[in-house]
Design a protein around this ligand. Structure first.
Ligand code: UT7
Length: 325
């Protein structure tokens, strides 16, 4: 068991999805795919996509829901940590843009740890709280991964949906029981590149490279690394899987979730999902799923939750949290 004590409590959650919904059937009308293939290989039936709507809009909606749930205003925030993989701006960071929209006055920082970014944000927030940098922190994950692959590639484009999730954490509690993040540099398995501008010294513009993914390798690494992370944080927190109310996992593929579930030998009802209706929303998956559980009244005081996410990098993160709201 670890000797480190964490100071942090989740005091509010919020989420928002784009209005436009694309079903598998709709995708099969614009590319060579089928509802049968997508459903059986991934568990996805439909996804929300940003169409005639900005990422900022759903980011603000998710944040405002989380602030309301926490019973505080944007002015009460001491820090904003924004997890984002891609958006229209290269600079400034999306967190900076959102800070202005919600009327906050605190500093903000963006992090890009791909699909694991929200949990990396939780770990950074905990350090800020522990070291006295901030007492109330907003962690927002706002993502539009549907714009990373080319939609001529059926093997990647069907997997993603857009969304935003947010939590407010505070120093008034010790409800994080364990945290762990890992990075295993392997960009080759999952990457995308953005074109850079020409300079007088660099004549040739390197082209844009839409998402490239070795699906099988990502699948293998996801299952293996997530299992290691979950085992490690449960050991650190000195808990067994039967004490856990919910495993709140990254929503990339139902078969990955099932593989982790079989490893843990726990029943299906302990693995809530959104994937059927949302697809993979990168780092927004976990805060959106948590918000659903919270707003649907499925969480009670002292419930133990295990979070685990993986993504490009290869980066993973997991933590154990006691729900105490
Ligand atoms: O945060 C991002 C994280 N990414 C992931 O978590 C992805 C992890 N990997 C996976 O989820 C799975 O590997 C996929 C769902 C992406 C693919 O499933 P798979 O069982 O590994 O399929 P595959 O890539 O081996 O492809 C099997 C077949 C191929 O056809 P052939 O070569 O056997 O004739 C593909 O061309 O399925 C074909 N295929 C499709 N068919 C219909 C690939 N995409 C599609 C599609 N519709 N959308």
């Amino acid at each position: 068991m670890q000797n480190y004590f964490y100071n942090m409590r989740i005091i509010g959650t919020g989420s928002a999805l784009p209005k436009f919904v694309a079903t598998n059937q709709m995708l099969s009308e614009v590319m060579d795919t089928s509802d049968e293939w997508i459903s059986t290989r991934t568990g996805i039936k439909r996804r929300h996509l940003l169409v005639n709507q900005e990422l900022e809009e759903i980011g603000v909606e998710a944040i405002e829901n989380a602030l309301k749930d926490a019973g505080i205003t944007a002015k009460d925030l001491d820090y904003i940590i924004c997890s984002n993989t891609v958006n229209e701006y290269i600079t400034p960071g999306l967190g900076c843009v959102l800070q202005g929209h919600i009327g906050a006055t605190c500093p903000s920082i963006d992090i890009n740890a791909a699909c694991a970014g929200f949990l990396y944000g939780m770990q950074i927030a905990e350090s800020f709280i522990k070291t006295g940098v901030a007492k109330k922190i907003l962690i927002v994950a706002a993502e539009e991964p549907s714009r990373i692959p080319t939609w001529t590639d059926r093997s990647t484009s069907v997997l993603f949906g857009d969304g935003a999730g947010a939590v407010v954490v505070s120093a008034e509690g010790d409800d994080v029981l364990a945290m762990r993040s890992t990075t295993t540099s392997a960009p080759i398995v999952l990457y995308s590149k953005r074109a850079m501008e020409k300079t007088p010294f660099v004549g040739e513009i390197e082209g844009n490279v839409p998402l490239v993914m070795n699906g099988r390798e990502v699948f293998r690494m996801a299952v293996s690394n997530s299992q290691d992370d979950i085992k490690a944080v449960m050991e650190d927190a000195n808990i067994t899987s039967n004490q856990v109310k919910y495993f709140v996992l990254h929503q990339a593929n139902i078969r990955i979730i099932e593989a982790i579930r079989h490893f843990l030998d726990e029943p299906e009802e302990k693995f809530p999902t959104t994937i059927e209706n949302t697809g993979n929303m990168s780092s927004a998956c976990i805060p959106i799923l948590l918000d659903r559980l919270n707003k649907e009244g499925k969480l009670s005081k002292n419930d133990i939750l295990v979070f685990s996410a993986f993504g490009a990098g290869f980066q993973t993160s997991a933590c154990v949290v006691r729900w105490n709201k």
